[in-house]
Design a protein around this ligand. Structure first.
Ligand code: PEP
Ligand code: MG
Length: 893
């Protein structure tokens, strides 16, 4: 046995602070902050924290405590007894304590608090005489039995509430506070009986026994289902464990000079610099949140007629609280969420932590704190979670609005939307044209659904992951989307969707929340987003520090305009295949693919040229001199093949061949694995007339816009799915030839670049050779992830959640760039590419380009820009700033 004793227990309060705010890992957030508050002179009732290490030891040793824990707890308890002059279990002057859990981060799934621990049939009488208030003492005892009985012994808390309700009826009163000491004493007797009947044992009377059982319940609750689920959803490792805080009780329920309250040092929903919170006179902790009585405002300025503010009711304690507010903000340099109690006009602090806030509030608080000099601009930039900015760019559900949950899927594209259910893109379009709000519900979407997706307010799919077609397109369009809602069954035949025994028919309303993945029945009230001045200020600061440029993936004028409005510095990916799904064009595309020979293809391609030229003219005009990366056609062929006899017949007629021929050709073209098939530059190499036409359209458009506006467009032509250096040589030559032809024809020229996507492992491995014919590389990390993992983008959603839940993959690699594998290839390709061409421009245009942690990786890998969907541009600007600051810190430390 080792003779070095591990310290399992840390004291706080009464000038014996062994902890600090920086010790959250060991003491949990609550314990660390209690010690910190006490050490800066704030009034904290004394207590002690049992460390998170005990939790881990306890749960891994079959619920056994470390041998020397008991002695350390006894010592710590004795110190508390000394500090407050009371003794645990003393029938005359009993010390009562609270027992609370406290993990590193706040964990709603954990055990609720137990207050007034130490009361029993004897000590309650001591409390009666010590406090001189029998009503208070019996009420405290019944609260203790109720909390301990439900959270530690597992008795349904409704059973306790029923007893109180009956007592109030019998006494002819409405409010709990109207019950007398004798009536509470009767409630206690019934509670004790209830516990004995429910658990088969009398309510534990020994305070030591009570304490150890409460401590055990906290540690045990770390492993309960609620907590496990919460950890899974928030990426919290199980081995973090929770701490337990045992603290001397102070009472907010001992009369009119007592109170309890919760507050934020600033308004957590707007960020305004006002003291925000509520309190209740003569109440204990849970009364404020339980909704039994209406809490009152803190400051008189915020009191409505009929309300009594704390400023008015308890002026001295309020004044002290204002000083605490000031002191806490100065000390923590952030908005705090505080819990306090006033006992006999004296203020006690029970908790402080950085307050949760909306994105609007986060921006305002950070900007104002930086402007007042409390924090630096860099610190302000680091304060705002870039992903939270999404909230500002889409409508969201009113958090207070009632709702009925139907099911859950993946939070594929943020924002909330309500509308009537439709099951086809055509119907979505038709109904939207009539002014109806619709939600398009599909098992999965395909490019042919784009018009319906565009017309819909939101999209729900039952299959597909975070980079499924529905998810990518919805994010690009800024449409809310829930994808992969596997618990929802869609029946196109009966036009219904059902989940958990409930059914919704076409034409009935649902609401989706693309930020949480939730699906609700009916309409839920929304709040419109506001982009405040602080948002702009923060973006300006971000732009000043970031070194990564931010571009956007955009192909429609609307996308391009949105991107520009949000600050995009160019287009990083224009997926030209998305330009061909328009009903006017798809026929020509199909003819091009289905034509049996070059001549047939050229005829079809010629029909597309004017459309493409028009598309590019619009984009160049909008981007006005900013770079525009246009990717030549990259269709998984199957997305363009005709479906059904009618479409086949139409193509047959257009090509002037018989039906059987076209049927055979369709069968020939169908692929077992289209994602690895005849797509990308393979198509451009086998059918060069397609890329020739696109290049011609780009150069003609660029010259036209240059002549029209005087600002020369900057076309960057990008070749997809290159895996062999020769592929880029061939396609580049084809583009250069088209450029020369257009320039000769028009008698004018324009600067342009030709580059490639790096989206296959082989391209990354051979990047030095590929770079010889490239002016730039853009990492297509969607396909690169797919091919590095051998994981289909469209099918992985079926089992990826299992992998992530079980820690086999740390994160969904389609959402957050896998540094270990995919990242290694990106780094290698970047280095190899720049070995060949030191100035080679590098960007990323996969979905990861809008993901903050992936953006940090891009910064480290030395990329020049990231490109993301239009609605993520502000997110990327801030994430890029944070990456730049992070890099600076790394270098200087
Ligand atoms: C990619 O593969 O990362 C990419 C951007 O191309 P797409 O998503 O169109 O395949
Ligand atoms: Mg790709």
């Amino acid at each position: 046995m080792s003779d070095v004793t591990t310290k399992w227990v840390y004291n706080f309060g009464a000038e014996a602070n062994e902890g600090r705010a920086g010790m959250k890992n060991l003491l949990g957030g609550k314990g660390a902050n209690l010690a910190e508050m006490a050490s800066i002179g704030l009034p904290v009732p004394p207590g002690f924290t049992i460390t998170t290490e005990v939790c881990t030891a306890f749960n891994s040793a079959g619920r056994h405590y470390p041998a020397d824990l008991q002695a350390q707890v006894t010592d710590a308890l004795a110190r508390v007894e000394d500090a407050v002059g009371l003794t645990f279990g003393d029938p005359a002057k009993p010390l009562l304590v609270s027992v609370r859990s406290g993990a590193r981060v706040s964990m709603p799934g954990m055990m609720d608090t137990v207050l007034n621990l130490g009361l029993n049939d004897e000590t309650v009488r001591g409390l009666v005489s010590a406090s001189g208030d029998a009503r208070f003492a019996w009420d405290s005892y019944r609260r203790f039995i109720q909390m301990f009985g439900s959270v530690v012994l597992g008795v349904d808390h409704h059973r306790f509430e029923e007893i109180i309700e009956q007592a109030k009826i019998d006494a002819g009163v409405v409010e709990d506070t109207a019950l007398t000491a004798a009536q509470w004493q009767e409630v206690v007797a019934e509670y004790l009986l209830l516990v004995e009947t429910e658990t088969g044992k009398p309510f534990p009377q020994s305070p030591e026994d009570q304490l150890w059982r409460a401590i055990g319940a906290v540690f045990g609750s770390w492993m309960n289902q609620r907590a496990i689920t919460y950890r899974r959803l928030h990426d919290i490792p199980a081995d973090w464990g929770t701490a337990v805080n045992v603290q001397a009780m102070v009472f907010g329920n001992r009369g009119a000079d007592c109170a309890t309250g919760v507050c934020f040092t600033r308004d957590p929903s707007t960020g305004e610099d006002v003291f925000y919170g509520e309190f209740l006179v003569n109440a204990q902790g849970e009364d404020v949140v339980a909704g039994i009585r209406t809490p009152q405002p803190l400051s008189q300025a915020r009191a409505k007629p009929g309300e009594v503010s704390m400023e008015q009711a308890l002026p001295a304690a309020y004044a002290e609280l204002l000083t605490v507010r000031e002191k806490l903000e100065q000390h923590y340099k952030d908005m705090q969420d505080i819990e306090f109690t006033v006992q006999s006009n004296k203020l006690y602090m029970l908790q402080t932590r950085n307050g949760k806030r909306t994105a609007t509030a986060a921006l305002r608080i950070a900007v104002e704190m930086a402007e007042s000099g409390l924090i630096t601009r860099d610190e302000a930039l680091m304060r705002v979670n870039p992903a939270a900015l999404d909230q500002l760019l889409h409508p969201m559900l009113n958090p207070d609005a009632p709702r009925t949950l139907l099911s859950r899927g993946l939070p594929a594209s943020p924002g909330a939307a309500s509308g009537i259910v439709v099951f086809s893109a055509d119907e979505a379009e038709m109904r939207a044209q009539k002014g109806e709000a619709v939600i398009l519900v599909r098992v999965e979407t395909s490019p042919e659904d784009i018009h319906g997706m565009h017309a819909a307010r939101g999209i729900l799919t039952t299959r597909g992951g975070m980079t499924s077609h529905a998810a990518v397109v919805a994010r690009g369009m800024g449409r809310p989307c829930v994808s992969g809602a596997g618990g929802v069954a869609v029946d196109y035949g009966t036009q219904t969707l059902s989940a958990g025994g409930r059914m919704v028919r076409a034409g009935e309303a649902i609401t989706i929340d693309g930020a949480t993945g939730e699906v609700f029945i009916g309409y839920v009230q929304m709040i419109e987003p506001k982009v405040s001045g602080h948002f702009g200020t923060m973006m300006g600061w971000a732009d000043a520090v970031r070194t990564l440029k931010v571009r956007s993936n955009a192909e429609t004028p609307l996308d391009a305009e949105t991107a520009k409005k949000f600050g995009a510095e160019g287009i990083g990916l224009c997926r030209t295949e998305h330009m061909f799904f328009d009903p006017e064009r798809i026929g020509a595309v199909r003819q091009m693919i289905m034509a049996g020979d070059e001549d047939g293809r050229r005829k079809a391609v010629a029909k597309l040229l004017p459309f493409q030229r028009g598309d590019f003219i619009s984009l160049f005009r909008i981007m006005a001199g900013l770079p525009v990366t246009i990717r030549l056609l990259d269709p998984p062929l199957h997305e363009f093949l005709p479906h059904g006899d009618q479409e086949l017949a139409e193509i047959a007629a257009a090509l002037g061949v018989d039906f059987a021929t076209i049927q055979r050709r369709a069968a020939d073209l169908s692929e077992a694995n289209p994602m690895l098939g005849h797509r990308g530059c393979r198509l451009g190499i086998t059918y060069p007339e397609i890329y020739e036409m696109q290049a011609q359209a780009i150069f003609e458009a660029a010259l036209a816009v240059a002549a029209e506006t005087g600002a020369a467009p900057v076309p960057e032509i990008m070749i997809p799915l290159v895996g062999a250096p020769r592929e880029l040589e061939i396609t580049r030559a084809l583009v250069d030839k088209a450029a020369a032809a257009v320039f000769a024809d028009k008698g004018q020229s324009i600067a342009y670049q030709v580059g490639t996507m790096i989206e296959l492992p082989r391209a990354a491995l051979l990047a030095d050779r590929i770079a010889k014919s490239a002016d730039f590389f853009s990492f297509g990390t969607n396909d690169l992830t797919q091919t590095v993992y051998g994981l289909s983008r469209d099918d992985a959603g079926k089992f990826l959640p299992h992998y992530v839940d079980n820690g086999i993959y740390e994160k969904d690699p389609f959402v957050s760039l896998d540094r270990d594998g995919v990242g290694l290839l990106v780094q290698m390709a970047a280095e190899k590419g720049r070995q060949t061409k030191p100035g080679l421009k590098l960007g990323i245009c996969g979905e990861h380009g809008g993901d903050p942690s992936s953006i940090a990786f891009c910064q480290e890998a030395g990329l020049d820009y990231v490109s993301c969907s239009p609605y993520r541009v502000p997110v990327a600007r801030l994430a890029a700033a944070q990456a730049a600051i992070g890099n600076r810190v790394d270098r200087t430390s």
